[in-house]
Structures are given as structure tokens and as C-alpha cells.
Write a protein that binds this ligand. Sequence first.
Ligand code: ARG
Length: 565
Amino acid sequence: MSLRAELEKSVAAWAVTHFPDLPAEPWVRPCADERHGHFQTHFAMVAAKAHRLNPRELAERLAKECPPPEGWEKPTVAGAGFVNYRAGPEAVGRAVDALRQDPNLGIPRVSKPESIVMDFSSPNIAKAMHVGHIRSTLLGDSLARLLRRLGHQITRVNHLGDWGTQFGKLLLAYRAAGRPPIQADHAIDQLEDFYKKGHQEAESNPAKMDQARAELAALQDGDPERLRDWRLFCESSAAHFRNIYDRLGVRFDSIRGESAYHEDLPRVVQDLLNKQIAEVSQGAVVVRNPAIAEEPYLIRKSDGAFLYATTDLAAIQYRTEELKADRIIYVTDARQQLHFRWLFDTAKRSGCRAELEHVWFGTVLGPDRKPLKSRDGTPLKLVDLLNEAKERAAVILKSKRPDLSPEDLEAKAELLGIASLKYADQLPNRNLDYVFTWEKLLAFDGNTAPYILNAYVRTRSILRKAGLTQRPQGHVKIAQPEEELLSRLLLRFGDAVELAAADRKPHHLCGYLYELAGQYHRFFEACPVLQLPALRDSRLTLVGLTGDVLKEGLGLLGISTLEEM
Ligand code: ARG
């Protein structure tokens, strides 16, 4: 049990005995300023308010009547009615002893595991994945890892955009060019060119626009030749996506694109009409809810075409009925907030019982604070970003380790480049836009992946020096303040994981790992590990535990570690 959990237990027991009417909530939090204590509870203030008591007096009573666990100092009362607690070295040692024996490293298990569908990445066919997809892909992957680690059952779904209006324009240009073969190597470039051509033509010539619409309608009606073309587009795009997912170490349980729901759409719309949730308006079918927006939500156009929204409604049915989802989490950029508000409202009104959540994120900006673009002003392709990360990592590695073989350099540069990109992208609060800079990303001395990986590598090299491949299971003796600080930080790992998962914000975990790497550094400066026989085993245990927590924490962010740099 973590120190916080230990204290929480005794405060909660006192709270429920004396104020059984108050809801059970977490009452213990870490102190923002450790000069006041390690943890504090605001319970006295809450209870005093509810019962019109004097908060200060109630805090005094709480401090007196509710003894902290064994080995903790006497609590103190501060401010308007906080009670502050400090764990003594013995209590810290005991808690670390429990931690080192815990295969879960202090990460709790949820009491009610849910079946969760994570809908993330979901790029559109026939277009290169661009920088806009990186946050969805990485956030979705990390959230899936975090929630799974807490005990939920996760189904990772890639809801590919493989049935949208882009195919009308694409088919138009592709067929006009005589349906040439698509080369595996630059399939995406070829497809993008056709799409651009079709788009330009259709936008400048109404007759061509009609033709593009007819192409789309023919495809959606199942014309065999167009279906064959469409399949070719999908397969060649899939290879491009697969390559990126492999490099990022991201996998899916189900790649089920919009096209999979095609046949369900008429029924979905009819069902909403029957339930009088949707209505016919000027030939189109819409859902209204003035509490969301004046403009209604369009689910079938007047020409009979279905929309992104209709497909998402069908997907919710599939996921709740076939995949038995208790919860569906969608990870997309902020601009889709209105879509999801409508979608969730409509689904709920038609009886969906699963929890529906939109986890949205801001934009990646260039130095000019405009959406990050490539040098020629086109959207920055994800492959180019990955390649540049790798190249830059190689330059840095080469200067630090001129002795590396070309193969070793190549492998390490790929790992370090991708790790840096992943970390930098998850470090800012996802609800904010952030400015992307290469310098910040790869620095060895900032809040970066190289800094944290470096701390990990150091833990491993000490263990190797001591002739160990795994961490020892020694009793942890707290002899110096740096050991105490490191231990207490290690004990907070479970809370950090829980918070990142609960808030759907991996940046909480980044913050924790950065703090841990820094504290490890200070511990290492102050506490000789191998020299003092009496403390050697204890310190090696702390070193090993730090390494394991760093590795596990990075792993939850989808970042692989390396044994030496
Ligand atoms: N394909 C969409 C895009 O690239 C994202 C899809 C998100 N998932 C969903 N079920 N709507 O913007």
C-alpha cells in the first residue's frame, strides 16, 4: 500500500464513523509544499461546512482522535482547517519494502473493470498520415495502455475513413487516367495526386462535380469495377499505415473502417425516425436539439447520401451490441467536439447505455504559432517527422558514442528518435496547442525522453557493475534524506498512473517520471551505492526499483527503453 493509501485508510475510517452522511471521497492529497508535510486532508473543512461547525476545531479533533499509521509523526493543524501529516523514515522504509515485493509496483487494480472500446488514430484512406494524426495515435495508445494496466479490458479500434466523399473525386481522376497500376512504394503519393486532380477539376467545373458524385454513388451501390479500384486504394494505403504503426509500436485489435457500416445506415436512420428522434426536413433527415446548437445534426442528405455522423451512430450500435462495450472513448482533435456532442446526445436519446467520451486535443504548432507545416507549406507527413527525429537522434548519438557500429547506431537512433517524439507530444496538457521544436525534443538535459532514458540507463549500468541483471530484494534502510525523497517518490508511482488514466491525460505521468529521474540523479550524487557494504544491498534495491518504475512508466507512454545508450 502506498503511503497515501495507508493514511487515506485511517482518515476515511474516522470520517465514516463520525460523519456517515458524507460521501466517501479521497480525503488525502500530497502537500503542494513539503515544508508543511507530506500529505494533508481537507476533510475537517468539508465536514465543518456541511454541519456548521468550526473547521479549525474539527481539524484539531481529527488530528487528536485519528492517529496516523505507525511510524508517522504527530499531525499538525494549519490554515483554515487542514491537517498535515509526515511519514517517518521507518514508515517510508516499510512502505518501500512492500513496494519492492509488489509485482504491480504500486499500481492499483480497479474494483469494477469495464469493457472499453478505444477509437483512435483513424486516418483517412488514400491520404498520407500527417502530423494531425500523431496526437490521436499516441494519446490513444497510451490511454489504452494505462487503462489496461489498471485492469480494464480494452479493444483498440481503428475507425478508418474508407468510405467518405473523397472517393468520388479520387475515382474520377483515377479512371480518367485509365486506371493505372498503383506502385507499392509510393502508393500514397500517387493516390494523393489523383485526389488533388479530381478535387481541382470538381471544384472548378460543376459538370465534373456531378461526375464525381456519380462515381461515389456507383461505388456505394456496389459497382464491381469501382469496388475493385476502391479495394486497391485501401490495400495500398493500409501498407503505408502499417509501416507507421510498426515504427511507433502501435497495434489495433480491430481495423474496422467506415465502409463496414455501409449496409447498416438506412436502418439506423429509419430507427431514429421511428423513435421520433430524427425528422425529415426539406428532404433531408436531421436531429434537433437547441440545447446543443441552432443548426440541426444532419444524418441523411436530401440526395439520400449518408454522413460521417450516420456511420458513427451505426458504429456505436456495433460496439455496444457486438463488442459489449461499457464505454467508448474517442480520441480526436478539438475541432470535432461539436460532432461528438451531437453524436452522444443522439445515441443516448435512442437508448445507448454505454458511457461515451470524447478525449480531445489541441493543435501542434510551428514556430510561427500556426499549425505545423512542412517546408513547402503542405501538411507535414508523419513519415517525414519520424525520419527527421531519427536522423537528428543519430547525429546526437554519434557525437556521444563515436564507437557505435552502424547497425547499433541505426537501431538506437530509431528508438531514441521515436521515444523523443512520443514523449514531447504527450508532455503538454492535451487540451492545449503546443509549439513543436526539435531542440527541446532531443535535449539530454530537459524534460525529455533522452533525459529520462539516460536515468534509466544509469540504473542499469550500476546493477551490471554489481554483477546483477535484476534488482535485488534487499530491505531498504533510509540513511540519508535523498534516499527518503527517492523512496517517497517511488511510492507515488501508482497515484501518478491512476491520475493519468482517470484524467485521460498522460502528461501527468510525464511530470512524475521527470521528477523521478531528477530525484534519482540527486540520490546518485549524494549516496554512494557500491562503496558502503552496510548500505549496498539497500541502495542497489532502490536503484533497481527506480529503474523498474522508469521502465514501466515509459512503457505506459508507449516508449521503449534501452539497456545502454
Ligand atoms: N477519420 C477521422 C479524421 O481523420 C477521425 C475518426 C475518429 N473516429 C470516429 N469514430 N469518428 O478526422
